[in-house]
Ligand binder design. Sequence first.
Ligand code: SAH
Length: 255
Amino acid sequence: MEVRAKKALGQHFLTDQKVARAIVDALHGGLPTLEVGPGMGVLTQYLLEREDIDLRLIEIDTESVEYLLTHFQGMQGKLMEGDFLRLKLEKLFPEKFAIIGNFPYNISSQIFFKVLDYKDSIPEVVGMVQKEVAERIAEKPGSKTYGILSVLLQAWYDIEYLFTVGSGCFAPPPKVESAVIRLTRNSRTELGCDEALFKTVVKTAFGQRRKMMRNPLKPLALARGKADVLSQDVFSQRPEQLSVDDFVELTNLFS
Ligand code: SAH
């Protein structure tokens, strides 16, 4: 019996074996690895072949968990039933680890925000996401789709858009195209500004993305007693024009 695809869980099962192998091959490996949302195990089968990978899996869907337990050997103790977003990763992986998956598209942004929370423990992520999300994350400043996740992830990761995957490679086919990206932790150990404030500034600046940043950032400047900085030229720019380093400088204006 196959798993019945559930929309609410973002289940679109990859059926193209070549694509599945290419995704697994994209992982540099050599680390304990967590597969998020294995479903019926199309990636899992190739991950299990790799001797450089000690695999763990987290799957929220009971039916998929049962499928994996009956179709793959050695799942006991490796496969967890539960929600990745609630997983205490530091308990599971005391050392560094990688993440791979055909991510459920409804929570892909939340998955990346969680990766950011653990950035010093996660040197590598290979994931399939909606094509637009992949483009946005990989995009450089100046582009219309450059946004919060692009800045926050690019601060800590080198991002490669690897390849596009058509909707015909899935059952049932999603409405959108997909793409595979790889995140590799860069050499940055600190930002050069307060990290929490950096996040706040980036999120607030993109709150009204088509406007000069003076508008959205004004309340923050006032709250921090820094109204005087608002006259500076940088506030006449729109957030999508700023690089990571520009945002670091901007953050320092508020502290
Ligand atoms: N990797 C499989 C399935 C991809 S679909 C394939 O390529 O065919 C996304 C998978 O993520 C589904 O199996 C879904 O049940 C699972 N999933 C959805 N939300 C999840 C969550 N919060 N935590 C863990 N798994 C989740």
